[in-house]
Structure formats: C-alpha cells, structure tokens
Design a protein around this ligand. Structure first.
Ligand SMILES: *Cc1c(COP(=O)(O)O)cnc(C)c1O
Length: 412
C-alpha cells in the first residue's frame, strides 16, 4: 500500500518541485486540468502590466518595432522549437490550432495535387474541431476530396492506401490519453505516398517530441494547455525547412507577404516560416506565451516526462488500491509509450462525480461519454496532490456524495 508519507518523500526528492513556486495556484485547489487550461505563471501578471501599461500605453505604435511585437510570432516559435524537436526558423506562434490545421491541411493537399490523391484519413475519436476543419476544407474545395474516419489506431493499417493524400492525427487523444507511435505512423503514411500532419495539442509540453526524427511533414499545436500560455493564447505551426518553399495555403494575408509594408496589390509569399502567418496577432495574449516557455527553459522535456509517468502511474495505482469496489473503468493505456500526461476513468455518473470533485477543490473535467479526465502537469503537480485527490475521490464515491441531477454548464 502506498501511503501519503511515501508521496511526501517523493516530493522531497523531486527536482522539479521548486518550479511550482513559479505558478499562482489558489490555496486549497488541486489542479488536474492543465491539459485543458494551464495554470498561470506568476510572471504573466508583471509581463501583462508591462505590455499594457508601457509598450501599449506609453510607447504606442512604436512598440511594433521597439518592443519586438512584429517579430514575436517567430521569436516565440524559436523558443518553442526545442520542446518539439524543431529547428530555429521552423515554428511560428500564431492564430488558433483550428486555423493552423486548416493551413497545414491546405498546404498538404496542395503538395499532393499532382498525385490525384483525394482522401484525408483521420480518427472518429479525434478532437472534433480537427475533423470539422478537414470537412470544411474538403467540402468547400468541392473537387472530390473526402475525409475518411477510422475507429481505432489499428484500422489505420488498412485505411491508408494509394488514395490517401494526408494522414491527419492528434498525437495524444484528448479523451483517452492514448499516444500514437508517431514514427511508425508517419512511416506508414509515407510508405503509401501520403503526408503526415500531426496535431500536438495534448503533447507539446507534456511528452518529449522529435518531429524530424519521427518523420512528421507538418504539425500544429496549442499553447494554452500544457504550455501555460493563458486562455486562448495563440497556437503554433511547424513547417520543416524542407517543406517551406512549397508551403502554400489560401489564407494569404499580409503578414505572410515577402514585403508587407510595400503595400503591393499582389501577394508574394515570404521565404521561410513567415509564410505560415496570416494577419495581425493578438499581441497582449501572444506575449503571455513567453512566460510559460520561460518555465520550460529551466528544465528538460525528459525530466518532465519522467515525472509525468510517475504521477500518472501513481494516480492509477492509488485509484485501483483505494476505490476497488466502484464502477470505475480505466480508459488510458497502461503502457508508458502509449500514454500521454492524463488519466481518464469512466464512471456511470462521471459528470456528477466530477462536479462533486470540483466543489471540493479537485479540478479535473468531464468528456462524453462518462469520462472523468485528470491531467497531470509535472511543473506544478506534486505527488501529495495525487494522494489527496484520490482520497477525496474515494470519500465522494464511498459516501455517494454526488448529485446525479446536477445541471451542466456550457463548458464541461
Ligand atoms: C485543444 C485542441 C484544439 C483547440 O483548437 P482551438 O482552435 O484552439 O479551439 C484543437 N485540436 C485538438 C486536438 C485539441 O486538443
């Protein structure tokens, strides 16, 4: 049996533990939802004041140059690059994940247009916006393009064939925490002549990534989850240098122009990753992304991953030890290589149980159907947090202290 003092001993030995100090977490809260909205780096408040009061307030429009606002998508992209195995000049922080995926898919279809391939293969269990963006693009093009949905990772083996233009997958599933084998699946796509587009929304800042070694062709990801960029902070897109010259998408805004201030009437794409940009960025929100990246700069993704697996292993073990007589079903893979940084359990009253947990300060979230989702963020989650969260879960389940008639908010 694992005791609370075992967990405290692990915290005392944890080299990442001091980083928790750099986040502002309310007292009495165990925050297991950093996979949906990362916690606030303390530095974000100072940085926001600087951007708003000084750069915007005092320096006004000169800040596009003097405060580096114009260069920020590329500068932050270069800072994010090492976390995903990208090189400098291959990433920009910009727009939303949905919009970046649209650009990446459009560019991938364009690169395949001479082949006559018309199919985008993805999973039915993918995060819906990813499927919607693919459906929107293909139906709008109205040239016979199709989106093919598979029901399991195994089905990819037969679904990918000579008609496949693009394999578009989310590396870690938002609901189950299942992690694809990026290298093997990219290789499968290439073997059939398809391109591999990866969504890293639940991977960036959660698991080590090596986009070049793993054969990805394009990738997008989110900064407001594990990267702690703040609510709705701009997303990122990766275009490897080898694909940049042929990176062509229909959102040809002036920020992707070779010489935006020439104000020329014709679009001419800039060289390099800049052509993934579209228009003016939300500078105040973009600036916050750096505060999250500053924390990652103090550790390594290997250290983050080691602690992440220890936290998720511990959570699974404690739930199974302490709540054995409750109808909980583990949907997250036990195998380390197939697991992201979250653990999901089903319960017939999952929504009500999650509401009871949140009311007692254990913040996770709920996803249909019946899934209670717990995200583990090594930068600010302790082993004792895990023990305490399971203790509260056990009490709620033992006492049936949840309201099965609880009304649902707009965001679950
Ligand atoms: C969180 C998430 C998104 C979010 O997209 P937005 O455009 O930022 O709303 C997209 N895809 C996946 C897989 C996600 O997990």
């Amino acid at each position: 049996m694992i005791s609370r003092s075992d967990c405290l001993a692990r915290d005392a030995a944890d080299t990442l533990a001091p980083l928790r100090e750099q986040f502002d977490l309310p007292a009495g809260v165990i925050y297991l939802d950093g996979n949906s909205l990362g916690a606030r780096p303390k530095a974000a408040l100072t940085r926001a004041t600087e951007v708003i009061a000084k750069e915007w307030g005092k320096d006004l429009i000169t800040s596009w140059n003097s405060a580096g606002w114009f260069e920020m998508p590329k500068r932050l992209g270069d800072r994010l690059a090492p976390l995903v195995g990208a090189k400098p000049g291959e990433v920009v922080v910009t727009d939303t994940t949905s919009i970046n995926l649209f650009k990446a898919l459009a560019a991938a279809l364009h690169a395949q247009s001479h082949t006559g391939r018309k199919v985008i293969v993805t999973e039915r269990s993918n995060f819906p916006t990813d499927i919607y963006m693919a459906q929107g693009l293909t139906s709008w093009l109205d040239r016979g393009y199709q989106v093919k949905l598979v029901d399991s990772p195994e089905q990819l083996q037969t679904a990918i064939n000579a008609d496949t233009a693009v394999v578009m997958l989310t590396h870690v599933n938002y609901r189950t925490g299942y992690q694809h084998d990026m290298a093997a699946t990219s290789a499968l796509a290439h073997q059939h002549g398809a391109l591999a587009v990866w969504d890293l929304a639940h991977s960036a800042g959660a698991v080590p990534l090596d986009l070049h070694a793993d054969g990805a062709d394009f990738a997008v990801g989110c900064t407001y989850k594990y990267l702690n960029g703040g609510p709705g902070s701009p997303a990122f897109i990766w275009v490897p240098e080898r694909n940049q010259d042929k990176f062509s998408h229909p959102l040809s805004g002036w920020w992707g122009h070779a010489n935006p201030f020439a104000m020329a009437p014709d679009f001419a794409p800039t060289k390099g990753i800049g052509r993934a940009l579209c228009g003016t960025q939300p500078v105040t929100s973009l600036a916050m992304v750096e505060c999250g990246l500053d924390v990652f700069a103090q550790t390594s993704m290997q250290a983050v991953r080691t602690k992440s697996l220890a936290l998720t292993d511990l959570f699974i073990a404690l739930v199974e030890q302490r709540c054995p007589n409750h109808p909980l079903g583990l949907v997250t893979p036990r195998e380390h290589a197939r697991r992201g940084s979250q653990v999901s359990f089903t319960h017939p009253y999952g929504y009500a149980v999650m509401q009871a947990l949140i009311a007692r300060g254990v913040i996770g979230d709920y996803r249909e159907p019946e899934i209670m989702r717990f995200g583990f963020t090594p930068l600010y989650t302790s082993f004792a947090d895990v023990w305490d969260a399971v203790e509260i879960l056990k009490q709620i389940l033992d006492d049936k202290a949840y309201d099965i008639t609880a009304a649902r908010g707009a965001v679950t």
